[in-house]
Design a protein around this ligand. Sequence first.
Ligand code: COA
Length: 320
Amino acid sequence: MTGRIIGTGSYVPEQVVTNEDLAKIVDTTDEWIVTRTGIHERRIAVHEGTSEMAAKAARRALEDAGMEAGELDIILLATSSPDNCFPNGACEVQAAIGAKNAVAFDISAACSGFEFALSTVQAFLQAGIYKTALIIGVDCLSKLTDWNDRSTCVLFGDGAGAAVLRAEETGVIHSVMGSDGTKGPVLSCSARTGGNFLNGKRPELGFIYMDGQEVFKFAVKKVPECIQQVLKESGTDIDEVKYFVLHQANYRICESVAKRLKQPLDKVPMNIGSYGNTSGATVPILLDELNRQGKLERGDKIVMAGFGGGLTWGAALVEW
Ligand code: COA
């Protein structure tokens, strides 16, 4: 037994923010952003939070799967921008969609979160502990962004993507995850640190900090490595893979990964131009687009791969 993806869904907020819009608030240009990142515009949540976006994507995934929320055994929600410290976002989605029979909890692995959630539920499904699962990658980084910092604020967007899995004979073939906590400081966002009654300080909120070049170097090395690992360990030839559904952080990273894997760029679909980096949501949003465009057929092999804060990385080989 393994986990097979039987439905996908996604949601992005309505509000479009273009590069020109950002050029009005920080010293940047459309040309700089497009040539360095491939991003033309992003969606920003104005009135909704992380859990609401997640619930919308979840409902769409359940509808696509033809499944009722009450049939779900487990909900894993991957985010690094939850609405609350607790209750967790997965429990809020559980309540919103009425998944009364599921256990629900969050996973925090930044932009690798969806791959971590997939690997984790796959273990439960493979072990026969649960039969059905909902996984969600969702982030609302606009609330963690310093809108005065041009080096980060142009990169991110808000959104959610979800997938429903069921225990079947085929599906997730193999997955790998990795982390290196020693590199944590290159991409970080502290939250509510340093305050209590003894030191008399109020907790302070942090913003996203990123050493862009270090993250870039890490990504172009680690993503091909973990893809090669997942293929090697499953005895799969790279040419059997139809699509590499990669974390959408920068089109130049996607190009570089394709080059290092010696794969044509048309096997690396991208939507970063429209949404920017939605963190844990990029891979499931892109997966949902491919699914709804009819580009995935039963038996196709695809690889999903993510990388991000932690530092973390992960890849999964999936038979559709
Ligand atoms: N508009 C205009 N200029 C900008 C800018 C912006 N939005 N942001 C930075 N710059 C400037 C810098 O200040 C710097 O100027 P200087 O040379 O006068 O000091 C110059 O552009 C080059 O900056 P640099 O950081 O070297 O650019 P880069 O080519 O490395 O591109 C990133 C920056 C962030 C696009 C790139 O490093 C990247 O994509 N890194 C990976 C990020 C990532 O994947 N993050 C998500 C991880 S999940």
